[in-house]
Write a protein that binds this ligand. Structure first.
Ligand SMILES: NC(=O)c1ccc[n+]([C@@H]2O[C@H](COP(=O)([O-])OP(=O)(O)OC[C@H]3O[C@@H](n4cnc5c(N)ncnc54)[C@H](O)[C@@H]3O)[C@@H](O)[C@H]2O)c1
Length: 325
């Protein structure tokens, strides 16, 4: 799969950034919003955004020409008429999605792929709004889409499996880091992000930390590792037996929701305690394990240097102990 003509519908927070990303990848992009006036405005906003990125030294000046090549159309039907790939990024409202998707289905070429950037609506439910359900799927980007590498690919129960692989290859080719996941509430990334956020809010509500302290702590501990490793590799490097013991303390203090997951208990019972036993969620030879740990150290040293060069700007959180002193 190598779509060259792409139409983005909805030029808000996400659609504008995705349009920038596709335009910079050399694709012919049509960007359309809810009215011709809003669509024209969207092209101007896109030009300003790319200009700001060029001025900040984040993009080469040639990006300006790419952005200027993005076009719009007088209406949605015209916008999709010649598309190979259509991505809707209209508000998270099932009625708006229904209307937009059915127009796309009626007017896009029969073999065009239609994708939705929904963050939470079930993909099967949205697939019911198109007839070509084997060529429909979720393509969930993350904000800001032009810089954030991950894209969740979410097939419906009727999506052609070849389409999932084709889309994965295509996204890799334009520099993204796609992952195919199942359709469940919040898909995968948001479910995990919100689990973390729920606990962060609970810690503040219980008076364990202020938002500022908690942000600092997370950035410098768990979050510090995430640019390089996911939770399974992090757990393997820490020791799965250690994780199991921590779960027992959490369950004792916070309740049975915090029991160690069965999968973890089983792996630990098999003597697979992570990198130190050369097997956990991943398998390692001794040489691979040593290389993993050395590479980890190099990456963390480089990240520490980058953080020293680009320290975050801190704001005073509202409504907390911080702004009362
Ligand atoms: N904001 C995020 O961080 C984020 C991240 C991932 C996914 N999403 C999802 O992406 C989608 C868009 O979110 P957003 O944050 O960009 O929303 P937004 O409100 O910033 O933008 C939506 C755009 O769609 C336009 N629009 C409304 N009705 C339309 C229509 N009938 N035809 C064409 N355009 C129309 C609006 O004018 C607006 O410009 C949602 O499904 C959202 O859940 C958002």
């Amino acid at each position: 799969m190598n779509p060259q003509r792409v139409t983005i519908i909805g030029a808000g927070t996400m659609g504008l950034g995705i349009a920038e990303c596709f335009a910079l990848a050399g694709m012919d992009v049509v960007l359309v919003d809810a009215s011709p006036e809003l669509s024209d405005l969207a092209l101007k906003r896109l030009a300003r955004r790319v200009r700001a990125h060029v001025d900040a030294g984040l993009l080469e000046p040639s990006a300006l020409d790419r952005a200027a090549a993005v076009t719009t159309a007088k209406d949605l039907a015209t916008a999709v008429a010649d598309a190979e790939l259509v991505l809707e990024a209209v508000p998270e409202d099932i009625d708006i999605k229904r209307e937009v998707l059915s127009i796309c289905d009626d007017h896009a070429p029969l073999d065009a792929i239609i994708a939705t950037n929904t963050s939470s609506l079930p993909i099967d439910e949205l697939a019911a709004f198109v007839n070509r359900d084997e060529r429909f799927l979720g393509m969930h980007w993350f904000n800001p889409p032009e810089w954030t590498p991950a894209v969740e690919i979410i097939p419906s129960s009727r999506t052609d499996v070849a389409l999932v692989e084709g889309l994965r290859e295509f996204l890799l080719a334009i520099g993204k880091r796609p992952a195919a996941v199942g359709s469940a509430p919040g898909f995968v990334a948001n479910r995990i992000q919100f689990a973390l956020f729920r606990e962060a809010v609970a810690c503040v509500a219980e008076g364990l930390a202020t938002p500022r302290e908690l942000d600092e702590l997370l950035r410098g501990s768990f979050g510090f590792r995430l640019p390089f490793y996911g939770p399974f590799q992090i757990a393997d490097m820490a020791g799965l037996d250690v994780y199991e013991s921590i779960f027992s303390v959490l369950a004792e203090g916070l309740g049975s929701d915090w029991e160690a997951p069965e999968l973890l208990k089983r792996i630990v019972a098999e003597g697979r305690h992570g990198a130190k036993t050369l097997g956990g969620f991943y398998e390692y030879s001794a040489a691979e394990r040593d290389m993993l740990l050395l590479e980890r150290d190099k990456r963390y040293a480089a990240l520490n240097q980058l953080l020293g060069e680009l320290p975050p700007r801190n704001f005073t959180p509202r409504g907390t102990a911080d702004d009362q002193d």
